[in-house]
Design a protein. Sequence first.
Length: 187
Amino acid sequence: MRTILHRVTAIASFAVLSSAASFSYAADTVMVGGAAMYPTKTIVENALNSKDHTTLVAAVKAAGLVDTLNSKGPFTVFAPTNAAFAKLPAGTVDTLIKPEHKADLTKILTYHVVPGTYTSQKLMADAKAHGGMTTLKTVQGEPLTIKLHDGKLWVVDAKGGKAGVSIADVTQSNGVIHVIDTVLMPK
């Protein structure tokens, strides 16, 4: 009887530890576009699984930026959703992914990428320290302005367009993603 009791106790302890380990693992992931984003995977590896970022993934492939965004980084990516791309004038995405427009597409996509890792906490602290806004230099070369308004982060592009951060701090092995609701445009 004692042996059976020890086995039952051991099995119960294992089940509790397994579910705790499972919970701990799940706490490290964020759901984006119906898919878990794992901090052990790269920006591209995670983005491929998000049903909300199929347009972005297609654009990254068309621009030849997959290897770059799979590299060590670190990068901060302001990732527009499919709905953000849908806000562009009709035909814009179809035109941009054509080979003859690769340079324009690359310019737009690299405008969404900043070297280094900028968490929402860091962006908010930087904005608060500078009167409610801070500026980041993109990989494309032009600046993005980060504004803090009513406790929410906004990204303002070179043309004055504003994108709200809808999901912040999606940790990747090579940086961080902030999901945004509008495509940012350089000059």
